[in-house]
Design a protein around this ligand. Sequence first.
Ligand code: ADE
Length: 224
Amino acid sequence: MRIDILTILPQLLEGPFSDSIMKRAQDKGLVEIHLHNIRDYSTNKHKNVDDYQYGGGAGMVMSCEPIAALIDKLQGERKYDEIIYMTPDGELLEQDMSNTLCLQENILILCGHYKGVDERIRQMYITKEVSIGSYVLSGGELAAAVLTDSIVRLIPGVLNDETSALTDSFQDNLLSPPVYTRPPEFKGMKVPDVLLSGDFKKIEAWREKEAYQRTKDRRPDLLQ
Ligand code: ADE
């Protein structure tokens, strides 16, 4: 899988992809993540990528030309399954969306800034608009990192124990049950006996019951 991310702040995205699971996925050749600086495609002598909005009002708008030039170039090199724009008015990111996107070959992600991108870019190029939650970030970069992480960890072979993605919270519309590691007793608090019993049927039943209870208490909307 290949993910191209278009941004005016590529340095902001270097960190999240240069460690841990995201780094391993790239080292293993399971995903290529390419960061592109939109500013490199500005033809303006000041390398501007934004301008005042028509009709007046506070906040700049990201201009069409550099973004279009960059997307045109990338589309000339390969076909993209989705061209995604990160925006607070997009479709809310849920596990299902990541499950679908992890099956794609080539994804392009555009990060917005200021008041967002010129509407004509959205109409002409964007196939999917994604929000990571009902709050406004300073830019789309952190949202793009969240979306990318949620997709990449699902690519077969990325996680060491393949079943660990399948047992994530949300995969069956349930939150995950509580987990414990050594020691068996910590400050007077004991690990539930059943987890030390070695009886895997009982352990599975306990986990299912706890997952259901936790979901009922914290996210009853998932059970509907
Ligand atoms: N850009 C700014 N805020 C955002 C959000 N909540 N989701 C996606 N992109 C954004």
